[in-house]
Write a protein that binds this ligand. Structure first.
Ligand code: B12
Length: 310
């Protein structure tokens, strides 16, 4: 019998999912497979997770983002997990503005090996998820502004983009656990949208959230998107729009694609370009922030939970 205090300080599974980014299915599967977490039950028999377990789950999640497998760390005490996370003493000195300034210097001094190493180390230290949600976008913006002010030449910006793209491909590969599950998401951009980093960042987060991503890279005509989505039996088509993409073209294209896609395929759009879209057709989700990717995936899974049974 659990004490009233323990129950009142505990949170339901949906709150744990939101706080840790670990899906309900994963939490239940770990409980069966590893014997952790060990939720108590409320009067209706629903799971309630004590705060200490939620804190430990959050640490496990951060370590997974750094590439560790849950089975290897789940038995460790929270204090040991903290030591693993803190195995990066330089972290205390990390300042995002300074880091971005250092990277800009490496780019303008053409020190590409160090540029690559600095980005790699950063992802190791902060984890891929935090790198994407907190750093990658401001970094791309800073590069764009430096280029706009004439402080970076086109070839320097191109090299940065190329290095980032290559690393993102590698990190996405590392993030695939072999246990990817629905939704199956087709990622691409419309023709004339050449900006690829936003798409890769979205793919990285979706992969970390356990989704199955099939990216076709940039510039895919609507008819091809349709054909590919059907051929690959995708659940979702996700598009990326940069600030440079003309508003009327994104609005019209999204409307056209929505009309053409079968009802059961969801349509998501993200990137700085969507803030200017005025008319949003029904059954199109505009994903405004990177933090919302996980929420959108969790909602999709909730909505389609019945499919698992079939
Ligand atoms: C690299 C770059 C290029 C490269 C792209 C190469 C490549 N392989 O990707 C090249 C050289 C091709 C390029 C070309 C151009 N570019 Co450019 N480019 C950039 C730069 C520096 C980074 C772009 C990028 O990838 N951004 C995408 C991501 C990182 O940013 P984001 O859109 O904010 O997306 C975030 C989220 O919304 C989310 N997200 C994005 N997509 C998705 C999708 C989903 C599903 C989800 C859930 C989330 C999500 O992820 C991101 C992280 O939070 C930006 C600077 C900037 N501020 O972004 C300029 C920038 C976007 N470019 C700009 C311009 C003007 C152009 C050109 C028109 C220049 C020209 N005159 O030729 C062309 C247009 C080409 C075209 N037809 O698309 C301007 C746009 C300004 C404007 N308001 O119009 C910018 C802002 C630079 C600037 N400061 O002026 N560019």
């Amino acid at each position: 019998m659990k004490s009233r205090d323990e129950a009142s300080l505990s949170v339901p599974i949906s709150a744990v999912e939101r706080e840790t980014g670990l899906s309900k299915d994963t939490l239940r599967m770990w409980e069966r497979r590893y014997g952790f977490p060990t939720p108590i039950r409320d009067q209706f028999g629903d799971r309630l997770y004590p705060q200490a377990q939620v804190d430990k789950l959050r640490l496990i999640r951060r370590l997974m983002d750094q590439g560790l497998r849950p089975g290897r760390i789940i038995d460790k005490a929270a204090a040991e997990l903290l030591v693993l996370l803190d195995g990066t003493p330089a972290e205390a000195d990390y300042n995002p503005d300074e880091f971005i300034r250092d990277l800009l210097r490496l780019i303008s001094e053409h020190r590409v090996v160090e540029l690559r190493a600095a980005l790699q180390t950063r992802v190791q230290n902060m984890g891929l998820r935090a790198f994407i949600t907190d750093l990658a976008s401001p970094l791309a913006r800073a590069i764009g502004e430096a280029w706009f002010r004439g402080e970076l030449a086109i070839f320097e910006e191109h090299l940065f983009t190329e290095v980032m793209q290559n690393l993102l491909h590698k990190w996405i590969g590392d993030a695939r656990t072999g246990e990817q599950r629905p939704p199956r998401i087709l990622l691409t951009t419309f023709p004339n949208e050449m900006h690829a980093l936003g798409l890769l960042m979205a793919e990285a987060l979706m992969t970390l959230d356990g989704a199955e991503c099939i990216s076709f890279g940039i510039q895919m005509p609507i008819a091809d998107i349709m054909q590919a989505a059907l051929a690959h039996r995708c659940d979702v088509v996700a598009l990326s729009f940069s600030q440079a993409y003309p508003r009327t073209r994104s609005t019209d294209g999204i409307g056209e694609l929505r009309k053409a896609l079968p009802q059961h395929i969801d349509l998501w759009a993200g990137g700085a370009g969507i803030s200017r879209i005025k008319r949003v057709p029904d059954r199109v989700a505009l994903i405004r922030g990177m933090d919302d990717v996980g929420i959108e995936i969790a909602q999709w899974r909730q909505k389609n939970a019945h499919l698992k049974a079939g």
